[in-house]
Design a protein around this ligand. Structure first.
Ligand code: KG4
Length: 341
């Protein structure tokens, strides 16, 4: 009889403290503590984030283990997010994982946060559809800090085919929300407003970048100047048009992302396409994937909402793959704030 592999995953790269237990690829339990403290500041404040992680990490890990219905002695190995992320936040999870691995005498596995987002597509969950992509596949990875098209050849061989040369998609949407005085994080707010708006009401300039890379900084500036000019004529312009503005801006971002992804599919001949990261929660982007499935024959993989934002299940899943290769890490491994996929 083969031995069960039970991985405890720990994620603390930004403002969510998350812990999850995965057994042989199946999610047993997860707990995530968000941080409301940043709302008043219009963005994540690194110092406050690391303090909140310190407070949250022990109860979060404890809850995840209880929800999983296991004893902590059952855990085979600990996976943790090594980076990229905020250094002060990462250090809390990294140190906790190291301490626990020493105390329990079990292996430690470092996980690249971005790879974790992609490998979330392999998590199995009781009562869910559990469709997993076969290798190779393409993945549009879109979050607050990253916008990339990744060719995934195996769980550890990933190649960036194209990426943003300036702002990430999520960052662009968050800034759009900020310009319009709508709050943070902007993604869910813009998404909600856009659903009630006319996406053809306004037109914003689309970036002209060659190949599979993209740029969002011009689009951001074009919105800023457009709003400034309109507000001069009518100070209530944003309030009166916020749904149409959100819908038109969101449409432009999604069109830019899908145009390059379509080009990547053409160039590689790979029609198995996944989406991952915080922005993959976006209604219009998810619909664009469904349209590609229905009209262009793509085999699409859209994650459940629970895996779009930062979560420890994806970290445990990535660690589960590495465990099978005995790909463990030493105790003196440092966290990385910046690291590629
Ligand atoms: O992956 P993530 O949780 O964190 C990292 O950046 O690592 O992504 C957060 C980003 C934010 O920019 C947030 O505004 C965006 O994902 N986001 C959305 C939606 N939900 C979250 N963007 C568009 N539509 C959404 N529904």
């Amino acid at each position: 009889m083969t031995k069960d592999i039970i991985i405890l995953g720990i994620e603390s790269s930004c403002d969510d403290t998350s812990a999850a237990v995965i057994k042989n690829g199946w999610l047993l339990g997860q707990a995530t503590a968000g941080q409301e403290v940043h709302r008043n500041y219009g963005g994540v404040v690194p110092e406050l984030a690391s303090r909140a992680h310190e407070q949250n990490i022990l109860p979060t890990v404890d809850t995840a283990i209880k929800r999983a219905g296991i004893n902590k002695e059952d855990i085979t190995a600990i996976g943790f997010t090594r980076g990229p992320g905020l250094m002060g936040s990462l250090l809390v999870g990294v140190s906790f994982a190291k301490g626990l691995s020493v105390a329990m005498g079990i292996p430690l596995i470092d996980v690249n946060h971005l790879q974790g987002h992609i490998l979330a597509h392999f998590i199995s969950e009781e009562g869910k559809e559990n469709r997993h992509p076969e290798f190779p596949f393409l993945c549009l990875l879109v979050s607050g800090g990253n916008s990339q098209i990744v060719k995934v050849d195996s769980y550890k061989k990933m190649e960036i085919l194209g990426q943003t040369i300036d702002d990430a998609a999520g960052e662009t949407i968050d800034k759009c929300s900020k310009f319009m005085g709508l709050g943070y994080p902007g993604g869910p707010i813009i998404d909600k407003l856009a659903r009630q708006g006319n996406a053809d009401a306004f037109e914003f300039s689309k970036p002209l970048v060659k190949g599979l890379d993209y740029s969002f900084s011009g689009l951001k500036t074009s919105l800023l100047y457009f709003l400034r000019d309109k507000m001069k004529e009518n100070p209530d312009f944003i309030e009166e048009n916020k749904c149409d503005l959100a819908a038109s801006f969101e449409k432009t971002v999604v069109e830019v992302l899908m145009k390059k992804l379509t080009l990547a599919v053409k160039q590689t001949g790979i029609k198995r396409v996944a989406v991952a990261g915080g922005v993959s929660a976006n209604t219009k982007l998810r619909q664009a994937f469904i349209d590609k499935r229905d009209h262009s024959g793509w085999d699409v993989y859209i994650p459940p909402f629970s895996y779009t934002t930062d979560n420890a299940a994806m970290i445990a899943m990535a660690a589960y793959f590495k465990y099978q290769d005995a790909d463990f890490c030493p105790l003196d491994l440092p966290a990385y704030s910046r690291v590629s996929i």
